[in-house]
Design a protein around this ligand. Structure first.
Ligand code: CP
Ligand code: NVA
Length: 302
């Protein structure tokens, strides 16, 4: 494993390895056991979109690992004024030990990895959010004891989260159901791969999607960069909401996950969010541990 660009690049064993390391790092963190595995290393974090969790968990995680993180807003970098990614990649590779990037196009992340000579981590693109899904899998395993055979239902937009959840969950032997409007399907290549690899249901009927689910997942109707479509999306997604009626179709002990930020009264009711705040904020915490595992795997001298 040289980079984390998307989960489809990883084998199931590589994902399991990362989850195991994330659990170990969480244990070390909670018990005050020193874990300076990245002493003297620097991570550059390029942000072309807003972030609370990703920025703070990467920066804190790097500090806890004995390294240093640089917040690089695209507003300040020359990349924001048109310097090519190919050149940025080669320059940053001379200073840093790893790059985390949050941007729009997946191709930009892939180009950064191709032209640079250091590990690149995808901190969210329009196509994928692999770091989030590693934290999600860690959380599901903590609550459910196992991943294989469990069912995850995703309700809402077939967006970056849906794409990465399909890949990550199927690679872990989980069953996935997506309840989304027909014009908002997940990536067709991922859907095709999932149908030929594991068990994926895509339906407009959110109750059918939620039936017997162990974990119910949702995300915003309008992702970052789609602000102009917000009003149209509010109409198109009306009813695609995780509420108590939907939860009646899931298993009685089903957990609820949300990558956050959440829009109460849109994709999830305040009642369901608060009833499942334990899982949802554990999930947010696990971003720290899962990403530390990714950084150690990619950046520590072995
Ligand atoms: N879930 C997530 O990636 O949150 P941020 O946008 O706050 O980083
Ligand atoms: N789908 C959302 C996820 C935010 C973490 C977005 O891309 O804005």
């Amino acid at each position: 494993m040289k980079h984390l660009l998307k989960l489809s690049d990883l084998t199931s064993d590589e994902i399991l390895d990362l989850l195991g390391l994330a659990d170990q790092l969480k244990f070390e963190n909670k018990n005050g056991i020193p874990h300076h595995y990245l002493e003297g290393k620097t991570l550059g974090m390029i942000f072309q979109k807003s972030s609370t969790r990703t920025r703070v968990s990467f920066e804190t995680g790097m500090y806890q690992l004995g390294g240093h993180a640089l917040f690089l807003s695209s507003r300040d970098l020359q990349i924001g004024r048109g310097e090519p990614v190919e050149d940025t990649a080669r320059v940053l590779s001379r200073y840093l030990d790893g790059i985390m990037i949050r941007t729009y196009q997946q191709s930009e992340v892939e180009t950064l990895a191709k032209y640079g000579s250091i590990p690149v981590i995808n901190g969210l693109t329009d196509y994928a959010h692999p770091c989030q899904v590693l934290a999600d899998l860690q959380t599901i395993r903590e609550y459910k004891g196992a991943l294989s055979g469990k069912k995850l239902a995703f309700i809402g937009d077939g967006n970056n989260m849906a794409n990465s959840l399909i890949v990550g969950c199927i690679k872990m032997g989980m069953r996935v159901a997506i309840g989304c409007p027909k014009d908002y399907m997940p990536d067709s290549g991922i859907v095709e791969w999932a149908h030929s690899t594991g068990e994926l249901l895509i339906t407009e009927d959110i109750y059918e999607a939620a039936e017997g689910a162990d974990a119910v997942y949702t995300d915003v109707w309008s992702s970052m960069g789609m602000e102009a479509e917000t009003e149209k999306r509010k109409k198109d997604f009306a009813g695609y909401c995780v509420d108590s009626k939907l939860m009646d179709h899931a298993k009685s002990d089903a957990m609820v996950l949300h990558c956050l930020p959440a829009h109460r009264g849109e994709e999830i009711t305040a009642e369901v969010l608060e009833a499942h705040a334990g899982e949802i904020f554990d999930e947010a915490e696990n971003r720290l541990h899962a990403q530390k595992a990714v950084m150690v795997k990619l950046m520590a001298n072995k």
